[in-house]
Unconditional design. Structure first.
Length: 402
């Protein structure tokens, strides 16, 4: 990573310094800022060293380009996260954890305790985010509409034939878990895979579509079947061909029995590649975007059951949870957790950063595990916000080059 980005950055800076850009990019014709030059030096000289550890060895003159105690605060925050990971792996809550924080497509913090960053682990419900991206891709290419009645694809399903309250169940309802389908029920049905790859299940509604949020795997079973119906490929084939391959996810696999709600295994390294391909947040290297801006925004579209948008709120969007801050989406995240399974991807939109991690907690419902989930995300948010402030001039330069 570091060598690749260093080479690209060197060419980028040479271009910027020779005035080859014009119009709105004219800011890049000036001499790169001290912060930008330090960022380049990190990319060239870090060699898999975390950013804060690298900053700790800067001389006093280099440190002076940053305001006040920013460097010390960043180092302290990284040390706190590093020590916390040691604590929860040392006490047995997580026999293994692999954690990374990425900024603009670059790893700025990496930690391996009992699991390597390349270790392939089950993602459990993080699979739902991949399913959502697949559906949004099909919508982006005009193969389906998010507001299509599910009866267009599976007219014999009970939720299509007799939707509760006469309110049509749409693909969007399934994505946002407001279809009225519950998590558990004795009333439901099975139906064959459109490509002959086994069977899928659906449950009868207990509420009209669009009125109530109810997290249910069955929404995503039906969506996996929609992907197969529209694409003509099995769910596993589609994910491999249109998500794994374009994103360069070579450490990932999908079970032939994957059902849209679970079944994908991946590594921290590959989840980072997924984040980069999803957001395009890697201005230093070409990226195969999985979604364009319009359909990326569908991930965090406010669902119908929310009647008033609050400045601070949290909800489930399309295959991913959304945290609002100051009246706009600030974080997108999904967690997958079960016995021996923990996976999380958390995207910080404004900072163009992400926390990605996998682990193997034997007791996933323990207070220690839940405490780690909250505190690790809090520390990561503090870390990336500080980093964004320190290199804000660099961020402006990069955005101007886009």
């Amino acid at each position: 990573y570091y060598l690749l980005y260093a080479l690209i950055f060197a060419g980028f800076t040479a271009t910027a310094g020779t005035g080859m850009l014009s119009g709105k990019d004219a800011r890049l014709e000036s001499e790169p800022t001290p912060q930008f030059r330090l960022w380049q030096r990190f990319l060239i000289g870090a060699h898999n060293q975390n950013l804060a550890a690298w900053l700790a060895h800067l001389n006093s003159a280099d440190r002076e380009v940053f305001a006040g105690s920013q460097v010390n605060t960043l180092i302290s925050t990284e040390n706190e996260l590093d020590n916390f990971i040691d604590e929860v792996t040392g006490n047995g809550a997580f026999p293994g954890l692999a954690v990374a924080i990425y900024r603009d497509g670059v790893p700025v913090f990496e930690k391996e305790n009992g699991l390597e960053l390349s270790a392939r682990r089950q993602l459990a419900s993080v699979t739902k985010t991949f399913t959502s991206v697949a559906v949004l891709q099909l919508a982006q290419h005009g193969r389906l509409n998010l507001d299509d009645d599910i009866g267009k694809y599976f007219p014999d399903l009970q939720i299509a034939r007799e939707p509760m309250g006469g309110k049509t169940v749409t693909i969007r309802n399934l994505l946002q878990h407001n279809s009225g389908i519950p998590y558990h029920s004795s009333r439901g049905e099975t139906f064959p895979s459109p490509v002959g790859n086994g069977w899928y299940s659906s449950l009868n509604q207990i509420a009209p579509a669009g009125e109530t949020f109810m997290y249910s795997n069955f929404n995503y079973y039906v969506l996996a079947a929609v992907i197969e119906k529209v694409s003509g490929k099995s769910y596993a084939e589609y994910i491999q061909s249109y998500i794994f391959d374009p994103a360069g996810m070579t450490d990932s696999e999908i079970s032939p029995q994957a059902n849209g709600a679970s079944g994908i295994s991946s590594s921290v390294n590959d989840l980072a590649r997924f984040f980069i391909a999803l957001t395009g947040d890697s201005p230093h290297a070409p990226v195969n975007r999985l979604l364009n801006d319009r359909y990326f925004a569908e991930l965090y579209a406010v669902p119908a059951q929310i009647k008033a948008v609050e400045p601070e709120m949290e909800y489930y969007g399309s295959g991913i949870r959304v945290q609002y801050h100051n009246g706009k989406p600030a974080q997108l995240f999904h967690t997958g957790i079960w016995y021996g399974v923990f996976a999380e991807i958390r995207i910080f939109l404004d900072e163009k950063a992400a926390l990605v991690q996998v682990g193997n907690p034997p007791r996933f419902q323990s207070a220690t595990v839940n405490g780690y989930r909250w505190r690790s995300s809090h520390l990561a948010r503090t870390y990336v916000k500080l980093l964004d402030t320190m290199f804000s001039v660099r961020a402006e330069m990069v955005s101007a080059a886009r």
